[in-house]
Design a protein around this ligand. Structure first.
Ligand code: TXA
Ligand code: MG
Length: 341
């Protein structure tokens, strides 16, 4: 695949590929996305093929910066919304766009069925990353973009991770360095009566949403087999190839762990845990802490470190559960639970 950088010349090349119904991976503030023309079904089909993604999993439409009413006009129809529902959409878009909040709203007929998997709703977000916005501007319209990984695998936060996932399957990647937030956008359904339902915890903490828009209904994760409203809700997703087990205390070696292990701690040092495993005769081939003290840094590093652990020679990965479910802890805990088996 072609490697591009965020210069105007390369973004022009990327936009030209997208106009020819080709696929281009692009950075966003959350993770790298695999972009295609949101109004071109022949391009969108290629996304499902490249990712081996089931057709029942709908895509997020990425919008250029602009007044929300203008950029949403052709995509979303709020005619049946009560004043409270319309007000919620106005407040959320005014406060959090551009940024890592995806809203699930009733679709217009202009949105291809492939984008929504035939659902009556469409997921929309206005990304904050300057490169995403520069590409949207060069392209001149909305782009659909799922995370640029094969279905069920770890989301990419670097261009190298995109290459590892999709080399030979897509046309180009725009490399703007590691993505600043590191976990995907928060996906929120806004119902006609103004009810807010969290479909996927993400980079925008749900507490921040509640502070401006009132209570959010949280939904429990579904098990595989149940048909989810958002397949990001599937209990196994974001998963490394090496089996990963979650524990409450990493300094207590897991009974039955194989000889070669990899260890992961979300916050704080990992040396004591490593020593405990070594004292039991294990070889710790890799031990990583996501951050000494901040969930922001932990989220930013999560997927890259999971990838590094997966690529090591460890036969099993053992990770300590995220100690916090507040703020970004919610998304980190969620991704770790789904990575585990
Ligand atoms: O941060 C992000 O959101 C990244 C970057 C690239 O923007 N994109 C991303 O896309 O994570 P993807 O396809 O990996 O996840 C989209 C999630 C899925 O869980 C999907 O099921 C849900 O959004 N979704 C999309 N349309 C929906 C709809 N109409 N109703 C419910 N869920 C929907
Ligand atoms: Mg994804």
């Amino acid at each position: 695949m072609l490697s591009l950088v965020p210069t105007s010349q390369d973004l022009y090349t990327a936009a030209a590929l997208l106009k020819k119904a080709r696929l281009v991976a692009m950075p966003t503030e959350t993770v790298y996305g695999l972009a295609a023309d949101a109004f071109e079904p022949t391009a969108i089909v290629k996304i499902f093929d490249a990712k081996e993604r089931p057709r029942f999993d709908p895509l997020i439409v990425h919008l250029p910066v602009g007044p929300p009413e203008d950029v949403l006009r052709t995509l979303v129809v709020l005619d049946d919304y009560a004043p409270r529902g319309k007000e919620a959409v106005t407040t959320l878009t005014r406060v959090f766009w551009p940024g890592p909040l995806t809203l699930v709203l009733p679709r217009s007929n202009a949105v291809p069925d492939l984008v929504t998997s035939g659902k009556p709703t469409v997921a929309v977000r206005m990304p904050a990353h300057p490169t995403t916005q520069a590409l949207l501007k060069a392209f001149g319209g909305p782009l659909v973009a799922p995370s640029a990984n094969r279905f069920g695998s770890i989301s990419p936060t670097t261009a190298d991770a995109v290459r590892a996932e999709l080399d030979g399957r897509i046309d180009a990647v725009v490399d703007a360095g590691p993505t600043p937030l590191g976990v995907e956008s928060t996906v929120l359904a806004v119902d006609p009566d103004g009810t807010l339902r969290l479909l996927r915890p993400g980079a925008l903490p749900v507490e921040d949403i509640e502070a401006v828009a009132g209570p959010v209904v949280r939904q429990a994760p579904l098990s595989v087999g149940e048909r989810p409203e958002a397949p990001g809700q599937l209990s196994r997703h974001y998963a490394p190839g090496t089996p990963l087990t979650l524990v409450d205390d990493l300094t207590k070696p897991l009974v039955g762990a194989p000889p070669c292990v990899g260890l992961l701690r979300v916050l704080g040092p990992v040396e004591e845990a490593q020593a405990a495993y070594e004292a039991q005769g294990h070889t710790v081939v890799i031990a990583r802490s996501l951050s000494a003290s901040t969930l922001t840094e932990a989220a930013q590093r999560l997927f890259a470190v999971l990838r590094e652990l997966d690529e090591s020679t460890a036969e099993a990965l053992i990770a300590e559960r995220c100690p916090s479910h507040v703020g970004l802890g919610h998304a980190i805990a969620d991704r770790l639970e789904r990575a585990a088996r």
